[in-house]
Ligand binder design. Structure first.
Ligand code: CP
Ligand code: NVA
Length: 305
């Protein structure tokens, strides 16, 4: 991918690069055998400061399917910045590996990893962004709508890392993206501003609202946990705040919503009902599958030579 050597956030990409990644992801999904040697002889360290099912497994299996080798590191063999500095961590890994995938508590850690390594760094979730998730989300939407720039996507719930990647990526793609979140839980104002500027450039639209009625006429609704990793507030304590934003069948019917996404893990009967999650509008498990194809597009673009 021209002039890109790491992926920390989707707003590093221009529209051609983002569309190019989505196209490559679709090709890899359709003809995986064409890419089975793409990472032969390459090793990628996948580093996790937080829990994961989808991201951990899709990177591991995905790298394997590209012919490469994944080395999983959690915090049990020495937490970054505790047993040794992030700088030393990066300075060591860069001597062995061909790429670093990192899920970290703070975006600052990604910036440090990138500063002290000579190999691509891929953000697999931090406090601010979840770009790999966003790529899979747009790939999944593209499988159901021929022109992404005509799609209206509404995110419901806590304004967070996932919201930010949807706003930025959707803006670059010229989509209409709404973040509908309770008062006080909106996405970061500076990121919203960046997304609005990108939307203006690409003919898209960014809406931030606490009014659940704003979803009328949207094509796709999107849910995430109401409490993100690293926040130990019990879900029970936020239930009344978020319940009006629950994705349920009534809301789907009343507003003419066609498709539902959720990045998972999902708390059934809280942010989404089982009826919807397992129902005909759900493209949630395609979305989970696409994590692997989208990430493989990133790996092929950044690491395969
Ligand atoms: N959606 C997502 O990133 O899932 P995991 O936290 O299980 O990796
Ligand atoms: N916003 C969630 C996403 C999980 C994939 C979190 O950060 O925990």
């Amino acid at each position: 991918m021209s002039q890109l050597n790491s992926l920390l956030s989707l707003n590093q990409l221009n529209q051609d690069q983002l569309l190019g990644l989505l196209e490559l992801a679709a090709k890899i999904k359709q003809k995986p055998q064409d890419y089975s040697q793409a990472l032969v002889g390459k090793s990628v360290v996948t580093l996790f400061e937080k829990q994961s099912l989808r991201t951990r497994v899709t990177f591991d299996i995905g790298i394997n399917r590209l012919g490469g080798h994944a080395v999983y590191l959690d915090q049990q063999n020495g937490a970054m910045g505790v047993r040794e500095t992030v700088k030393d961590f990066a300075s060591n890994i860069t001597r062995w590996a061909d790429g670093i995938v990192a899920r970290v508590n703070s975006h600052k850690t990604l910036l440090e990893l990138r500063e002290y390594s000579n190999v691509p760094v891929i953000n697999s979730l931090c406090d601010l962004y979840h770009p790999c998730q966003g790529l899979a989300d747009f790939q999944t939407i593209a499988e159901n709508y021929s022109d992404l720039s005509k799609v209206k996507l509404a995110y419901l719930g806590e304004g967070n890392n996932v919201t930010h990647s949807l706003l930025l990526g959707g803006a670059i793609l010229g989509m209409e993206v709404a973040a509908i979140c309770p008062k006080g839980y909106s996405p970061d104002a500076q990121i919203v501003q960046q997304a609005q500027a990108l939307a203006a450039k690409h003919g898209g639209k960014i809406i931030v609202s606490d009014d659940i009625n704003a979803i009328k006429g949207f094509d796709v609704v999107y849910g995430d946990t109401w409490v993100s990793m690293g926040d130990d507030t019990p879900l029970e304590a936020v239930k009344s705040r978020y319940m009006p934003y629950q994705i349920n069948q009534q809301m789907m019917n009343d507003n003419g919503i066609s498709h539902v996404l959720h990045c998972q893990p999902a708390h059934r009967e809280l942010e989404i009902t089982s009826e919807v999650m397992d129902g005909p509008s759900s493209i949630i498990f395609d979305q989970a599958e696409n994590r692997m194809h989208a990430q493989n597009a990133v790996l092929v673009s950044l690491i395969a030579k």
